[in-house]
Every structure is written in C-alpha cells, then in structure tokens.
Design a protein around this ligand. Structure first.
Ligand code: LRH
Ligand code: MN
Ligand code: MN
Length: 391
C-alpha cells in the first residue's frame, strides 16, 4: 500500500475508533494518604455524565461511559440513561463492586461461606438489572478476593467456588449481554489473588461460554510483563473483551494511559491493529480506568483519549508489507526499523486533521479550556462527590 493510501486508511479507522470513559474518573480521588478535593467535581452520577459528555464533545470519539455500582447508584436508571442520551453519550460497561462491603473481607465469589457468596452473586444480578434499564450490554467483574497468609484458605476450593459463582452470574445474563472478567496480580490481597493473571481469567471465561471474555487492565501486571504478548494471545482465542487503559510506574497507579510508557501503548495497539481488532465490530472495548488525583479531571480524560488515538494512529501507519517482507526474510533490523519508523512518526497533525474532518476543533484541550465549562461547574457545584473510594 502506498504511503498516501495508508494515511487515508488510518484516518478512516481513527474516525471509527471509540474509547469508553469511566464515571469514577470525574469524581474526587486520591491515595490512602489524602483525597484532594477539586472545585466543580460532580455531585452525582448525572453530573459525572455531563462531564464525560464534554470529553466526547471535544474529541468526538468517547461516546460511552462505564458505571460502577453502587458508586453510581440512582433511583431510576432509565432516567439516567435518558440523561446520557440527551447529552449525546450512552451507558457502557456496568462494573460490579464486591470489594467495599464488610461481608466481603475474606472474599466475595470465593468466600468460604455460601451466604456471602450468594450475596456477591446477587449484587451481580442487580448489576444485570442496571444493564437492562440502561441498555448496557456488558458486565465487568473484578474480584478483590485473595489471601494474605499461606494456609488461610484452600487455593483450589476458592477456584471452584469462583467458577460456580461465575456460572450463576453468566446464566443470569440475557442472550445479548456479555461479561468480562478482570485480573490483577496483587492488591488488596498480597499472598494470593484469586484471579491474578490472564491465564486464570481465560480459564474461567472459557468454562462459561462465548459471551464471556477477559478484560486487560494495563496497570495490573508485574513490572516488566510483556503486555502485548498477552494481547496477541487473547486475540488468538477471540477472548480479549476489553482494555482498562491506564499507566503504571510502580503498582496500580491509575495514571493517564500513554504517560508512563507511550512505546508500550504503541506496541499494544500494533497487536490490535495487526489483528484488525481496532474495528468497531471487533468486540474489543477500549476503556479508560483512571483516577486524576492532582490534575484537572476533564482535561486529563481528554488527554488520555488523545494518547490512545495517537498510539492507534502510529500503529495504523506501520508499513505492513515492508514489515512482513523483512520478517519473512529474517531481516531483524529491517523489521525493527519498519516498526520504529511508524512509532517515530509525529501523528499529531494527522489526528488533528481527522478532528477537523469530523467538524471538531483540532485542539480539544484548548477548545475545552476556551469553553468556560470548568469555571462554570466550579461556580455552580459545591460539595463534589468522591470517585467512590470510601464513599
Ligand atoms: C481494580 C480496578 C477495577 C475496579 C477499578 C475501580 O484495581 O482496576 O477495574 O473496578 O479498579
Ligand atoms: Mn481496572
Ligand atoms: Mn486497577
């Protein structure tokens, strides 16, 4: 493909790619040391959606918002879904939360007590009801279940309990609803996490059925883990359901995607693009899972969306024919060079052009800043809510 054709194809793909925003990114957040309150943060889920809609208004590619239950509990979810539609966005994944109730201290779906497991399964059934009311088609499950001490519980029995509980949740889904299971190698449990890695998650979802897939949170791996390998492997199995994008330096830092390691994000997107999984119908949901503790939240989400777009643009510019030819002829440096040529391309003008073609301002950050929205909400909203932690 000629370079100009590649650029045109990249532009058309960028117009179609969408990125899902987390409602909790817009609330106050922090570390266990301090939550820093910001002026104008949303006081309820309705206002979180309004802020998310700003990100979509200026980027044009963020039309869905994930909810976290019970952080985003409202009396009437149909009203919330209509509010989203009025703002030009819609409800995306519904995240369950079985990590903040006292009953779940020793686990939720893996808990030794059947009564606690039933309570955790019931919570997921409530989340499925929220999906029905909002039109969401996807349930996201992350378990904080794990052990702090050797001998604390049976490793195998806990896997069996999780499998059984997940099967019950899966059976409660409607035929057109899906679920994803998120893994995380440690925290809050330190000795063992019951769903610590992609292999464990994959085994569980494969036992459930075709509508269960793995969600890969980029912050949930040990340092040095080759995430693009995991992406390639899950894609081969048709089991990559979604990303929770963020950046990590040390642990589950939840910083802006592409900030810590833009090259890693590019390598991930290269695997995605080479498998055609960036296409809107691929079944892979590109979501953000971030908290903005010290930076303004709406601009941080805008920047994150732009970071994903830029990494995708670079991946779309890889000269696939040249890469394949170099790979097949054993030209190690040639192949590496082709990949690096794409990574080293400044794609910012290309993405700006795409925005202009979509009728948007080429510079979303500046356009948002000029809109006066941040000043307006700071004046109007008093007593903003926390993102969820401790709420
Ligand atoms: C767990 C996690 C998971 C939760 C979110 C708030 O660390 O990544 O996705 O739902 O954080
Ligand atoms: Mn996550
Ligand atoms: Mn996390």
């Amino acid at each position: 493909m000629a370079a100009s054709a590649r650029t045109e194809a990249a532009k058309s793909a960028l117009r179609q790619q969408t990125i899902e925003l987390p409602s909790w990114a817009f609330g106050n957040s922090g570390t266990r040391f301090k939550v820093f309150g910001q002026a104008g943060v949303p006081r309820d889920p309705f206002e979180k959606l309004a802020d998310a809609a700003q990100v979509h208004q200026y980027t044009g590619v963020a039309p869905r918002v994930s909810l976290h239950i019970p952080w985003d509990l409202v009396d009437d979810f149909e009203v919330l879904a209509r509010h989203a539609a009025d703002l030009g966005v819609r409800i995306g994944m519904i995240n369950s939360n079985v990590f903040q109730d006292d009953d779940f201290m020793l686990g939720s779906l893996a808990h030794p007590d059947p009564r606690v497991r039933a309570k955790a399964v019931d919570h997921h059934k409530q989340c499925i009801d929220v999906m029905r009311a909002t039109g969401s088609k996807d349930l996201k499950v992350w378990l904080s279940d794990g052990l702090n001490y050797p001998g604390q519980d049976s490793i195998r029995a806990r896997q069996d309990r999780i499998a059984e509980s997940l099967a019950e949740i899966y059976a409660a889904l409607d035929d057109d609803q899906h679920m994803v299971l998120e893994y995380k190698f440690f925290e809050p449990a330190f000795y063992i996490t019951d769903v610590p890695d992609w292999g464990t998650s994959l085994l569980h979802v494969m036992a459930l059925g075709d509508r269960a897939k793995v969600v890969l949170d980029t912050g949930h791996h040990a340092p040095g883990t080759n995430i693009e390998f995991i992406v390639a492997q899950l894609l081969r199995q048709g089991r990559l359901g979604a990303f929770d994008f963020n950046s990590r330096f040390y642990a589950d830092d939840d910083l802006m995607v592409g900030a810590a390691d833009p090259f890693q994000l590019f390598r991930i997107m290269h695997e995605i693009v080479s498998a055609g999984a960036h296409a809107p119908d691929s079944g892979v949901n590109f979501m953000l899972d971030q908290c903005h503790n010290i930076e303004p939240k709406i601009p941080a989400q805008i920047r994150s969306v732009m970071n994903v777009q830029e990494a995708t643009a670079k991946a779309l510019l890889v000269d696939v024919e040249a890469l394949t030819a170099a790979q097949l002829s054993g030209d190690v440096l040639g192949a590496h060079g082709v990949l690096m040529d794409a990574y080293d391309t400044d794609v910012r003008p290309l993405v700006a052009e795409v925005r202009e073609e979509m009728g948007l301002d080429p510079n979303p950050t500046a356009a948002f800043a000029a809109s006066g929205y941040a000043e307006k909400i700071a004046a109007e909203r008093v007593g903003g809510a926390q993102a969820g932690w401790g709420a």
